[in-house]
Design a protein around this ligand. Structure first.
Ligand code: NAP
Length: 465
């Protein structure tokens, strides 16, 4: 049987494997999801809610083993992995609460003579593709609303992190079985043949929805494929977040916010602050304090409880970060801390937490999503239109602004071209809030009530009443 070897990024060694089910496995998964589709759509919302609530409880109970699995296959520090499990489980709890709030409407037709009824119905079999950086949360953020809305799912996790997905599938199967509904509501496809599997699933007329989280590059390819069958699509794509610090900001809060916005999961997040713009009077102070805080972070394997910065996901991820840092330095940037691989670690795809200043404005370091622990700091002059500079890139997922004047913070937030803005906050993710981007960072929202609507179709029934 073909398998996918799962590699520990801190040792570069395979430590587990899962079946590589390939295209035949994908076809079986679609058959199963399509077979269970009408049963699940007809299952009372309250039962759907109970299943999700039970999945939430089981995830919380199994926090420690799930967190260890995340660390082994993904590399993030164990404390962050526990945080991810809690965050991921919350999507099941939130959508267990939303499952019973799929409200349509009945309104009087404006011209009179009848009523207009709108029903929200499940969109149908949904294909979910997730990345490796949040192996639990990216999956539950899709499965939670899909199940709440009455859709069955086929989920394809990233080939690098299938173990967490397998553990979550087992939790969902148990919750479904306890409620007396078919396990075929949730189907996992572990395969290294992402293209082949996806072509098979998207080509099947029983599949009605594609929800993808991953790079903008792959998102574009998938949108083109989905266009062939005019599929309902949700796209959570890459980011290149600006982080604005005004001179009146609380400097402790700005540095703390920068640490988390930059370094959560080793800098490998779509929400990672990539481009720091700091008002000139405080730019040196901010850069210096950020460099000191970053230099103090213990770097090592994620399972060591002292570790605050783990390895990057793979050799290619590390090579990309090294290339971008080199490009910055070659262009004249100054390294305040870090800059390369940590000397004390011989194995593993580690990179030091790095702070650079004087990065040339046209450097690839500012144009590309770094996906690593590298902060580039650029000063701006008081009165300069820093928002225009922040908006210069093709991405628009998230932006951060730190200022002592909340009025200014809100005015800047309104002008920033981003789906989300943190005002004096370095983390904004919350299952109860709509997460997503504008421009080339995506289409649609996950989380909040909007997350549920993404798995529904509105049906309008005109009634001669
Ligand atoms: P990726 O290369 O786009 O892969 C994401 C998923 O797509 C994986 O499951 C991958 O499968 C699959 N895939 C790759 N090529 C495919 C193809 N041609 N056809 C069908 N499926 C394909 O992204 P990644 O490197 O895993 O994740 C990092 C990216 O995700 C970053 O850009 C990050 O910003 C973005 N992201 C966005 C959000 C958000 O909410 N906006 C959240 C997290 C991450 P394999 O693993 O088998 O290749």
């Amino acid at each position: 049987m073909a398998v996918i070897e799962v590699v520990d990024p801190s040792t570069e060694e395979a430590f587990a494997s899962v079946p590589d089910v390939g295209v035949p496995g994908a076809v079986r998964a679609v058959d199963a999801a399509a077979g269970a589709s009408s049963v699940w759509a007809d299952t009372p919302p309250r039962t759907r809610s109970v299943v999700l609530r039970r999945a939430y409880e089981l995830m919380v109970e199994r926090t420690e083993s799930l967190a260890e699995t995340i660390v082994r296959e993904n590399g993030k520090p164990i404390a962050e992995a526990r945080g991810e499990v809690a965050y991921a489980a919350e999507f099941f709890r939130w959508f267990s609460e939303e499952a019973v709030r799929m409200h349509g409407s009945v309104v009087e037709a404006p011209a009179g003579g009848g009523k207009q009824m709108v029903l929200l119905q499940p969109v149908g079999v949904s294909y979910l593709i997730t990345p490796w950086n949040f192996p639990a949360a990216m999956l539950t953020r899709k499965i939670g609303p899909a199940l709440a809305a009455g859709c069955t799912v086929v989920a394809k996790p990233a080939a690098q992190t299938p173990l967490t997905a397998v553990a979550i599938e087992a939790i969902l199967h148990r919750a479904l079985a306890e409620a007396g509904v078919p396990e075929a509501v949730v189907n996992l496809v572990t395969s290294s043949d992402a293209k082949g599997v996806t072509a098979a699933v998207l080509g099947d007329p029983r599949v009605r929805k594609l929800s993808f989280t991953g790079s903008t590059e792959v998102g574009r390819l998938l949108l083109a494929q989905a266009a062939e069958r005019v599929l309902n699509c949700s796209m959570e794509l890459g980011g290149n977040a600006p982080f604005l610090v005004f001179a009146d900001a609380d400097m402790d809060a700005a540095v703390a916010g920068a640490m988390v916005a930059k370094l959560r999961h080793n800098g490998e997040t779509c929400t990672a602050a990539n481009r720091f713009f700091v008002e000139a009077p405080v730019a040196d102070e901010f850069a210096g304090r950020l460099a000191v805080a970053m230099a103090e972070l213990p770097v090592g394997p994620g399972l060591d409880p002292a570790t605050r910065l783990g390895p990057l996901i793979d050799a290619a991820g590390l090579a990309k970060v090294e290339r971008l840092v080199r490009a910055g330095v070659d262009g004249g940037a100054r390294v305040l801390t870090g800059g390369g691989r940590p000397a004390h670690l011989e194995r593993g795809w580690f990179h030091e937490a790095t702070v650079l200043t004087d990065v040339p404005p046209d450097s690839p370091l500012l144009a590309e999503e770094v996906f690593g622990p590298v902060a580039s700091i650029t000063p701006f002059e008081p009165g300069e239109d820093v928002v225009a500079r922040a908006n210069e890139v093709e991405h628009g997922l998230i932006a951060y602004v730190f200022t002592g004047d909340v009025g200014r913070g809100l005015a800047v937030a309104e002008r920033l071209e981003a789906g989300m803005v943190g005002v004096n906050k370095g983390v904004v993710s919350d299952p109860a809030a709509p997460f997503g981007g504008v421009k080339q960072s995506g289409l649609g929202r996950e989380g909040g009530h909007e997350g549920l609507l993404a798995y529904t179709e509105a049906k309008y029934i005109a009634v001669d009443w």
